[in-house]
Design a binder for this molecule. Sequence first.
Ligand code: SF4
Length: 120
Amino acid sequence: MTLHDYRAPWERHAACAGTDPHLWYGRDDVYEPGWQAHQRRQSAKAVCRSCPVQTECLLDELTRPRSEQHGIRGATTAGERARLLAHWRAIGSIPQHTPPSDTDIMRNLLEGEAQERAAS
Ligand code: SF4
């Protein structure tokens, strides 16, 4: 099994295409100590940060129901994505319902936050 089955055109450019999915999702059949899981997630995030479709990947994941949120996607963990959505809901930037569907709004929010980080 490899990561990505090319459901969307952008996935053809995914840096993780054809790689071992265990790096992004871990293994259900093998115990993984916390430190090892942390290292694995950091390695996956490093690949994501060099990925040309990182934003598209993250937006795609953010529109999925919480129950379908797993692994590292767009250089974030499921928990980080949940906190991001909760923050945007708290400041009224996205509707309260789950999951959000307007990727243009979320794209603008991500770009705005990136600009703020670059300016600080
Ligand atoms: S951002 Fe990460 S998980 Fe998403 S397509 Fe790129 S390498 Fe894969």
